[in-house]
Design a protein around this ligand. Structure first.
Ligand SMILES: Nc1ncnc2c1ncn2[C@@H]1O[C@H](COP(=O)(O)OP(=O)(O)O)[C@@H](O)[C@H]1O
Ligand code: SF4
Ligand SMILES: [Mg+2]
Length: 382
């Protein structure tokens, strides 16, 4: 991980909502519902900082990233990039902002136009922004290629002549070409082999050092986020449920969902792994078309109480830079195993009360009875 960032805000997102209308069929389609993909997200990012955005597939991470860069239009909310509100801007007004903010996509196979040479792909941002770099575009492109670990002599080759990792380097080169302040990285290593993943993460970190760029780093893989992020935001069904500095989030997760995510990360030590319990969430991610009332996590939460069904939990500050949206944040390490179905019942005791954890768990279904505590999920280099 690179040095701690400076306090110059590059991105601020306030109450961002992205709803996709669902239309009826027929000659005169009507809007019959809204898919609430992103539902009131707040984020901020400083210069040179990496904020990891974490959550299971379908929770709204990509939609958040795309709405920030206006690849899709937000339904409501504010997006301030480098001091400029972009949420209501026209395409023409957005053009100078695109110099400051770029995106790296998950799939290096589909993200590059197969009919364009690498030179044309990496050089495109200069042309779009009408920038004539010293020495010309081709020279600038070859310099960037070298910087990202590509052979500059391959400038006239086509994407299909490169491996997956090299194609992602091309995507990174295109994103970094104009030295933006912000890059949204949407699962940039998910499609790559583990050994290649490490190289690409290292490259991103090196570029951050060189250019002081900020990353919003989207990933469903906690181990990847852990390697690169300074801070982490955990997302569930369109909402941010917890944000914390990286080390705090991994050692003292307070939201039940974060605890469940961390408990699923394998530990390299087979003995500890076999002793360790997992929190198994019941059911699937609910549909954002009809999200649960109150706390959207209540249908899968293993400590839900009556109140959770009706009252939306506000984001609460629980420590320096540590915020949690939960009525009953977990403030002590979990002990004992838990498995719950989608409807957890409403009699579970609170942390610290008699019957909490060890006494509530009677049948672990062969999962094991060891602890999920901060040590098991942080000291093993996940
Ligand atoms: N263009 C769209 N139209 C309708 N629904 C969409 C669209 N894009 C995404 N969604 C829905 O929004 C939710 C969030 O999707 P996405 O942001 O891709 O999640 P993630 O990146 O976390 O996997 C999903 O339920 C997805 O099906
Ligand atoms: S508010 Fe209630 S349902 Fe939501 S995460 Fe907290 S305890 Fe679970
Ligand atoms: Mg996605």
């Amino acid at each position: 991980m690179t040095e701690a960032p400076q306090h110059e805000e590059v991105l601020r997102v306030e109450d961002l909502k992205v709803y996709f209308p669902v239309k009826s069929r027929g000659v005169f389609p009507r809007t019959v519902g809204q898919i609430k993909a992103v539902d009131g997200v707040n984020l901020s990012l400083d210069r040179g900082e990496t904020l990891g955005l974490e959550g299971e597939s379908g929770c709204g991470k990509s939609t958040t990233g795309r709405a920030i860069l206006r690849l899709i239009d937000p339904t409501a909310g504010h997006v301030v990039i480098n001091g400029t509100e972009v949420a209501g801007m026209s395409r023409r007004q957005l053009r100078p902002v695109r110099k400051q903010a770029q995106m790296i996509f998950q799939d290096p196979y589909n993200a590059l136009n197969p009919r364009h040479t690498v030179g044309a792909i990496i050089g495109a941002p200069f042309k779009i922004q009408k920038i004539d770099p010293p020495g010309g575009i081709r020279h600038a492109v070859q310099e960037i290629m070298e910087r990202v670990g590509l052979n500059p002599e391959h400038v006239n080759r086509y994407p299909n002549e490169f491996s997956g990792g090299q194609r992602q380097r091309i995507g990174i080169a295109r994103a970094i070409a104009l030295r933006p302040k912000l890059i949204i990285c949407d699962e940039p290593v998910s499609a790559l082999d583990v050994s290649i993943q490490a190289q690409i993460l290292n490259l991103l970190q090196d570029l951050q050092q060189d250019f002081n760029v900020s990353y919003l780093f989207i990933a469903h893989d906690l181990a990847v986020v852990r390697q690169i992020a300074h801070r982490v935001a955990v997302m569930y069904l369109g909402h941010i449920v917890e944000t914390a500095p990286r080390s705090v989030l991994y050692s003292e997760p307070m939201h039940p969902y974060t605890n469940a995510l961390l408990s699923a990360v394998p530990i390299p030590d087979p003995r500890k792994q076999s002793e360790r319990e997992r929190i198994l969430l019941g059911g699937d991610l609910p549909s954002p078309l009809n999200p649960p009332s109150g706390c959207v996590f209540h249908t899968r939460c293993f400590i839900a109480q009556d109140r959770c069904r009706t009252e939306v939990p506000e984001m609460r500050t629980m420590g320096p830079d540590h915020e949690v949206a939960c009525h009953f944040p977990i403030t002590q390490p979990l002990k004992g195993g838990v498995i719950h179905g989608p409807d957890p019942g409403l009699t579970a005791p609170l942390p610290g009360e008699q019957g909490y954890w060890s006494e509530t768990v009677t049948d672990l279904g062969g999962v094991g009875t060891s602890r999920l505590d901060s040590a098991s999920s942080t000291d093993e280099g996940i």
